[in-house]
Design a protein around this ligand. Structure first.
Ligand code: HEC
Length: 118
């Protein structure tokens, strides 16, 4: 009985160790906001974080694709986006926080990546 217990513990330890080392490399996030995007977000919403922009991106890619494909963010003006976000947030059943993170992401991404003058 004692040996079984020791063996069992040993297996557990080995498995835990294997599992840990397998997950150690941090997965690269699919979207990493640029410094420019973050500083634009912080200009409009002080204390904005990289995580909030990533969260906004995730909301856009998941909750905003239930009825239609994602639109190219840079192809609409800021005014149009603000209007659409207000219009679409209830359709996507976003919470106030989700809507805010989505706005942070869309508006800062748009401003940072739009080539033509506003
Ligand atoms: C319940 C379905 C539904 C969901 C969810 C939804 N949309 Fe829409 N969306 C529509 C419909 C229908 C239209 C076209 C008619 C309109 O403007 O109301 C539209 C139009 C748009 C347009 C305008 C496109 C144009 O060419 O003018 C944008 C931008 C947009 N959606 C963004 C979003 C975003 C961002 C989200 C996530 C918050 C979202 N949508 C979630 C149904 C949806």
């Amino acid at each position: 009985m004692k040996y079984i217990l020791i063996l069992f513990t040993a297996i557990c330890l080995i498995q835990c160790k294997t599992k840990k080392s397998a997950t150690t490399p941090v997965a690269t996030p699919a979207y990493a906001p640029s410094e420019k995007e973050l500083s634009i977000a912080q200009k409009n919403w002080p204390n904005s974080t990289t995580e909030q922009l990533q969260e906004g991106n995730t909301i856009y890619r998941t909750k905003c694709t239930k009825c239609h494909e994602n639109f190219e963010i840079t192809s609409f003006s800021e005014k149009k986006w603000k209007h659409e976000i207000n219009d679409m947030a209830p359709k996507a059943k976003l919470t106030d926080l989700e809507k805010e993170n989505l706005s942070k992401f869309i508006l800062s991404y748009r401003e940072a990546n739009t080539v033509a003058p506003k």
